[in-house]
Design a protein around this ligand. Structure first.
Ligand code: HAM
Length: 436
């Protein structure tokens, strides 16, 4: 029989220990920051009823990207392509009991049937941070602030990324009132706006013109809208004052808090999901090699309403691990994970095994990390070579002589320095060496 392939499924990754170290570090930094804002961790199932995505996740996800099937009991199920519907379902099931505002986060793996490429895979992990029960712009401020603080905690500066935001209400005003488009045309124009940065100017103008009532004059209005700033948006006829004010209040507050350099109003931000009702945003790397957004999020006023009669406005974002890793690599923000902080213990004969196992257990019980060579017949040189390959800086070496003397050799593999120390002093010596 021919051998099975060791290759993983298209668009997925195997996380060997080396990659796992990077992932654990990235998740650790994210968790640390969201927790400082008071967010609590939650989780949900990988499989959900297909209906919860059909309701509001949008046409692209449901028709093209979903992994869905009928289970053995005849139920239509889907592997989660995003976390927001699961979160809305969970919050709806307990919305009356939960203390407000609800601040939750999770790092689920998500599945989308995509054409894999730079920044896009079929399985990715996504930090989801969501806040429920605050309708004022202060929630937008907190969510975007938190998103920025995560990148700062990785060592990024305001030169490395930009937060681009808009508002669905302003977009609806523009498409419906300024351009006077009917519902289906509004959706078609929104889709073209969403593609704006991926197509040429001519292609964009042609596609948009096909949808407009008065192509010549309305195309000028579209470009005028796309070039508007948070201060002159209110001058566009059709855009409600209270909606342009929302944009202004948010930007002014972000300026006041010191995020003015990274946050900018960008009317071409659309977001593909049907559930967003107001503020929407994406965060982009300023380096041109990473075109895909790092973060995507926004406010959704009535998602909970799919599951219950209670009303609770939510706002949040997703930060993908693939795009984040690309971002960190591009800006040289990933530390080396090669060095192991513990000790590798070598034995020069089988008779040393019990004593070394005993010593190792004692040291592990006080929290030290000892990885033991288990084969006393393996040549010492080979044991040390293994320790070096694994990234250890220090090894313990025990032979018959040391066993008799109740001493042990401690060797620094980098300097080559070796000293014999009493087993009784070992704990203190190792603690001082491996203190980080
Ligand atoms: P999204 O824009 O689809 O939003 O995803 C958010 C982020 O996840 C993207 O900016 C990107 O970094 C990453 N991402 C998405 N799809 C992939 C993929 N196929 N491969 C690699 N990375 C990917 C949502 O999913 C919303 N549910 C986020 C949200 C939470 N909105 C409110 N709360």
């Amino acid at each position: 029989m021919s051998k099975l392939k060791t290759e993983n499924y298209k668009g997925t990754r195997d996380f060997f220990p080396e990659e796992m170290k990077l992932r654990t570090w990235m998740f650790g930094v994210m968790k640390k920051i969201v927790q400082t804002f008071g967010y609590e961790e939650y989780d949900g199932p990988l499989l959900e009823s297909l209906d919860i995505y059909k309701a509001k996740s949008g046409e692209e996800i449901v028709n093209r990207q979903l992994y869905n099937f009928t289970d053995k009991g005849g139920r239509e199920v889907a592997i989660r392509p995003e976390m927001t519907p699961t979160l809305a379902r969970m919050v709806a099931s307990k919305s009356r009991e939960l203390a407000k505002p609800i601040r939750w986060y999770s790092i689920p793996n998500l599945w989308r049937y995509e054409a894999p490429g730079h920044g896009r895979l079929r399985e990715h992990w996504q930090l989801n941070v969501d806040l429920f029960g605050v309708t004022g712009f202060q929630a937008e401020v907190e969510i975007v602030q938190l998103a920025c603080e995560i990148l700062f905690a990785f060592g990024a500066t305001s030169k490395h990324f930009k937060v681009r935001f808009s508002n669905r209400k302003v977009l609806n005003d523009f498409l419906g009132k300024t351009l006077g488009l009917e519902e289906s045309k509004q959706q078609a124009v929104a889709k073209i706006l969403d593609k704006k940065n991926k197509i040429s100017v001519d292609e964009f103008n042609n596609l948009i013109s096909e949808q407009l009532n008065k192509p010549e004059t309305d195309l000028r209005l579209v470009n005028n809208f796309l070039n508007s700033t948070y201060t002159n948006l209110s001058q566009i006829a059709g855009i409600e004052n209270e909606n342009s004010k929302e944009i202004e209040a948010f930007q002014r507050e972000m300026n006041k808090l010191g995020y003015g350099e990274v946050v900018m109003f960008d009317p071409s931000i659309i977001r593909g999901f049907d559930y967003y009702t107001g503020f929407i945003f994406e965060i982009f790397d300023t380096s041109p090699e990473n075109k895909r957004s790092l973060y995507g999020g926004g406010r959704y006023d009535n998602l909970i309403g799919l599951f219950s009669n209670d009303e609770l406005s939510g706002i949040g974002f997703g930060l993908g691990d693939v795009t984040l890793e690309n971002f960190l690599r591009t800006h040289n923000l990933i530390p080396s994970f090669k060095k192991r902080t513990g000790i590798f213990a070598c034995i020069q004969s089988e008779s040393c095994f019990s004593e070394m196992a005993k010593i190792s257990t004692k040291l592990r019980r006080v929290g030290l990390m000892i990885e033991m060579n288990l084969d006393g017949n393996l040549k010492l040189g080979k044991q040390i070579a293994n320790a070096e390959k694994k990234g250890y800086e220090f090894v313990l070496i025990m032979g018959e002589e040391e066993l008799k003397e109740q001493k042990i050799n401690l060797k620094n593999l980098v300097s080559g320095e070796q000293k014999k120390i009493s087993i009784d002093d070992l704990q203190l010596v190792i603690q001082s060496l491996t203190k980080t």
